[in-house]
Write a protein of this length. Structure first.
Length: 440
């Protein structure tokens, strides 16, 4: 008998969450193998409601008998909960598992990295690569006493490559990222683009401080999507601390910006058919041509706001994704709609500005109020051409003010990392008209 079959008479409601993962990790430094690691984990969480109070416990499996006792004891001291766990429902097929990817070994990833290092050297004899390559696969399952049974296999491979700039040794360079459900394939065109970025960084260049055009790459789209996740959290809206609480059907961004929440999208490398509470996900428009259409709700936040869960519960904090993290509302597949302009055409139209490829310190900003201040990596653009990598450069402002003035959105989109600090799943390049840039 499963744990949920044994809880009757001991708790009023229960939710069991189990996730099994296999991770293979390979790291190269300056085109030489540095580290290989394997990790297998099985973790479980049990949440219970007793007399309307919530209790949680964690272990290697939610079926461990002692977890029930621990969760009941936690509930005796727990907070009142105005919700029950997910009911029986139908889940879409997210198709996020590939057997070949799931069977990748450390040897396979080492071969991928060494081949990549060799190709880089063949294209540019002076270039050396720093690489992190991973393959992860597993299964997540959620069951509730209300009848929900959610079960999904997953697999993905990821590759992060940095080509250090000549003058900066190994700490700053041109970077690119690939995530795929399938075994990785890196094209020559992808490598050529990365080497071109390295050439842009032959030396440093410091833009003048002031309000300048800022071109954001897809990998830094989280400036927008992470801010929206904070401000549209049902819990923050219900608490009255979000500036967007009364903005449904009001313009909050430029008409060029449309954001959809769709964890089922075929182009997402980390597709999901249910959230971390077993609630089925479905496509929704969050921002429609600049106009706000909806919030992000988990079970608890939805109850506080008086709406049903939107399937946005994730066990996540700003820095981690662990089963011990209590569910909060956040995106599982935020997708920013493309525009009509090639991103290189957008760059060519910048008289004086910057191209941002990475942000550092964004977590210390007051994103709940839209305020941001972050150090940036990227390139100084002058007369439409990159003239050097950025050094000692920061950008700051208010997300809702800056994204109200968008000059262009690219027709190209790229999958982005869907981790805690990068919650978009698919994003284009976005050219902001004028952002405060501080250098020196």
């Amino acid at each position: 008998m499963t744990l949920l079959g044994r809880v009757k008479g001991f708790v009023d409601h229960a939710e069991a969450y189990a996730i099994h993962r296999k991770l293979v990790h390979v790291r190269c430094r300056e085109s030489a193998l540095e580290l290989t690691a394997h990790r297998k984990t099985s973790v479980g969480a049990l949440r219970v409601l007793v007399d309307g109070k919530l209790g949680s416990s964690y272990g290697e499996s939610p079926d461990e008998p002692e977890l029930l006792q621990d969760a009941r004891e936690a509930a005796s001291f727990g907070q009142k909960a105005d919700f029950v766990f997910a009911p029986s429902q139908t889940y879409a097929d997210a198709s996020c598992y590939d057997h070949e990817c799931a069977e990748l070994t450390a040897g396979d990833l080492i071969d991928t990295c060494m081949d990549l290092c060799q190709r880089v050297t063949q294209m540019d004899a002076d270039a050396r690569a720093n690489i992190v390559c991973e393959a992860e696969s597993g299964r997540r399952r959620i069951e509730t006493t209300e009848g929900a049974t959610a079960d999904q296999q997953f697999s993905h491979a990821s590759l992060f490559v940095e080509l250090p700039f000549v003058s900066r040794q190994a700490d700053v360079g041109a970077t690119a990222h690939v995530v795929s459900i399938y075994p990785l394939h890196v094209s020559d065109a992808w490598l050529e683009g990365l080497l071109e970025m390295r050439a842009w960084g032959a030396g440093s260049s410091v833009p003048a401080s002031g309000r300048l055009p800022v071109l954001l790459t897809p990998q830094v789209s989280h400036l927008l999507t992470l801010t929206l996740a904070e401000c549209l959290s049902s819990r923050h809206v219900a608490a009255g601390v979000s500036p967007l609480g009364e903005k449904i059907d009001s313009a909050i961004l430029s008409e060029m910006i449309t954001v959809e929440e769709n964890p089922l999208h075929a182009d997402l490398p980390l597709r999901r058919s249910f959230d971390d509470e077993g609630v089925a996900v479905e496509p929704r428009t969050i921002v429609d041509r600049g106009t706000l259409r909806g919030f992000a709700a988990d079970l608890a936040g939805g109850a506080e706001l008086g709406i049903v869960s939107t399937g946005n519960a994730v066990r996540r904090t700003l820095f981690s994704q662990r089963i011990e993290n209590a569910p909060i509302p956040c995106w599982l597949g935020a997708i920013v709609a493309p525009g009509r302009t090639a991103w290189r055409t957008m760059m060519a139209g910048i008289e004086e500005g910057i191209l941002v490829t990475r942000m550092l310190g964004l977590h210390s900003s007051n994103l709940l109020q839209g305020q941001f201040s972050a150090q940036v990596n990227g390139f100084h653009i002058r007369k439409g051409v990159p003239v050097g990598y950025l050094e000692r450069t920061m950008i700051s402002g208010n997300v809702f003010e800056e994204f109200a003035h968008v000059r262009a959105v690219s027709r190209e989109r790229e999958p982005t990392a869907q981790g805690p600090m990068a919650v978009a799943g698919l994003a284009p390049y976005i050219l902001l008209d004028a952002v405060q840039v501080t250098s020196g």
